[in-house]
Structure formats: structure tokens, C-alpha cells
Design a protein. Sequence first.
Length: 426
Amino acid sequence: MLPTKTLEETQLLAKYTETYNQIMDSLEDCFKSLEAYTGELVLQVSWACPQSNQEVPLSGYRVLVDGRQYGSALHQGMSSVRIKLSTDRPSHAVSMVALCESQGTQSPESNVVEVLTDPFQPMAFYCIHEVHCGEKWPKKGCCLYQETLAVERRNFLNYYNPGFLNQFVPAPAAHVQQLPGGERQRLFPPGGPKSVTLLCFWTRWCVASIRYVKFFVRLAAELRRQFDFVAIATQRFDNAHERSALQHCIKELALETDGLTHVYAVDRVKGSNDEPMSTAEAFHIVGVPFFVAVHSEGYIAWRGRYCALDYSSFEEEMSQVLRSVKDKTRLDDQLSVENGQPAVDHSHAKRAYDDSNVALHPANSFAGTAGSKKPSKQSPAKISISTRPYSGRPSSASASGGGGGGGSGGGASQRRRRSGSAFKRD
């Protein structure tokens, strides 16, 4: 006979249920509000133009954004206008000039207002390939958090974030294409990389990828003497237009630095089951941005992604990962337990890098050689997981968020300095 619940237990359960429903409703409201962050912001510009010289007739105005005219010239009777700006850049400089067409002159440039785009960035830290089918944000199928969330809920295990691996998994004998010519070469030599190598899989049209590949470039510049870094852009097609667009993106975003190799991957190789497999698929990459740490002995030691809110958080966590991989240690922290992977002893014999089923080509590898200087070994430290509150400072401009102005709120006129990090749990 089943025991009956007491009145106190029933009331307590009802209270917990009510609280749970309130939390879920609040989360749903938060998810809906994210739709307003479309990667664009609407700026309301107002001005006053005192006429100091009445002999010069005023004929109109020009709005200048980053030193260039925005749209067409405005009528002399206007005193405000709404303009739409992209959040691709960290800031925009907005100013104006008055026009006198009869004399073919214009006034000196007005005061410049700097618009900071960080508060209006879309909520995107990871994009699944099957969802991100568009060409560029904010089109449908590009970095929309709600679309990604629905797919993750349907198939949780495919998007699991493993971190350090319990077993020594040999790195696949993958191939990548070189820039600018598109020559196809091996990612690693037959015996694996010559030093610990961190791979960054990204795409040039993904908001989240662009954010993290910038972090990746800074990390490569700082640690280039200790480790190797390869940025692998996943492309759908291999032609001159796609290569040119990728090169333009790399130069425009200043993604080049010593110690970092840029390649792209659209090649098809044969897997063990004789089915076509791309380089991303060979590494089991289902979305971007994604990072893979390969040991110098040829095995994958760590794979995953971070939801870092700023570079300092990203650098601290990824540096610890690389040091642990180099020292052949595993972070014995709560992350491993929560991921269902308790710390294990890796002192057993490592599986050899198996390249017997791959045709070898007499070509060089893209993976470079890190400096010979070997730092002293450090004991593995634990990663502390925390989400620190934002701090803000007044901005020189106010704006409303894109998509009808939703999501701007009281923070529309502030630049959020993000500190701390949150490990993305999938």
C-alpha cells in the first residue's frame, strides 16, 4: 500500500510547482525578448542648426556615418531622422553637415557622436550547422537563438560538450584547403602535429564565430611560442568567389597574426564506412564556433566550446586547457563530474596514431612548429565557473534596438563592459 502524502507535503509540492512555473514563464519571456536583438540598431538622430550667416541660404543636411554620407541629402526643414546601423563593428561615428547648394558649399562637420554597438549584439554563442543555413545575419536561419535551442532540445546528445576526453582518440587524417589558391593538403603530417595544436572551426557569416575567432587570434599572438593555432573556416563551396570573400573577411576583421594559420575546409574524404565525410564531420563538428586541442602525439585531448563574455575569460580558460594537454594531465574539477566524465588515470598506453587506411600525399602540413622553449610544468589548476555581473558606463549616444526597437530598455545608452565567463552547458 502506497503511503499517503501529508497536507504539509502537498502544500509544499504545490508551492514548488508554482515557483517552477513562474521561473519557466520568466525564461520564456527572456527568450522572446532576444528576438529584438537582430544584429542591427535603430538610432534616432536630432539636431539644431543655428544660422550664423543669414546671407548663406540653407538647403539641407547630410548625415555622416563613419565619415561617409548615409542615404540621400535631407530637406532643410527636417530636424531629426532615424537611421539603421549594423552591429558588425564595435562602434559607429555619427555626425552632420549643413548644405548650401546655391554656393556649392557645406558647413564644417558637427560634433561627432560615438554609438557603441556592444549592448545590441545578438544573443549567439553557438550555431548548429543544420540550423544556420542562411548567408548572413539577420536573415532567417542565421544565429537565431530560438531556432538553435529547439534543435538542441530535440537531440541533446549530438550537441553535448565533452571537454577533456576519457580515451585517447586519434585525430582524423583530414585535409584542408590553402589560401588563396585553394590547394588541398593534409591538416597534420602522418605522425600528428609537432606540438600541441588548437583548432578553431568557424564561418565568416556567423556572428558567434566572428566574436570567438577574434579571441582566438589574440590567444594565438600571445601563445605562439608554446603552441600552434589553426583557424579552419567551414565553407559550403570551393570556388574563387568564396575564397575571395573569406580573404576579405580575414583582412577586414584583422584576423591575421604570427603563429596562426588560416585555412578552409569543404573537401570530401572517405571515412571507414566509405561514405562521404567532410573535415568538420571527421572531427564530429556539428556547429561553430568549436575548438579542438590535438596533442603532439596525434590524439584529440580536448574538444568543446566556451560561452566566454570577454577575452580575459576566454584566455584564462583556454590557456589552462592547452597547458593541461601539453602536460598530459586532466583537470580534476567539478566540470568533469558534471559532464558525466569523472577524472581517470591516463597512465595506460596510448593508442597509436593510425594512418594505415589513408593515402599519403607528398605535401607539407599546415600545422606549424611552436617554439623550442619549453616552459616549466605547472600543476593543473581548477577552472572556476562564475558569471559576474555587468558593469556599465554612460555612452555618448542612445539608440533603440533593432526589430521595432524592442530589447533596448534602460541599457540602451550604456556600454556594457562584460567580465567573467559562463561555461556553456549543452
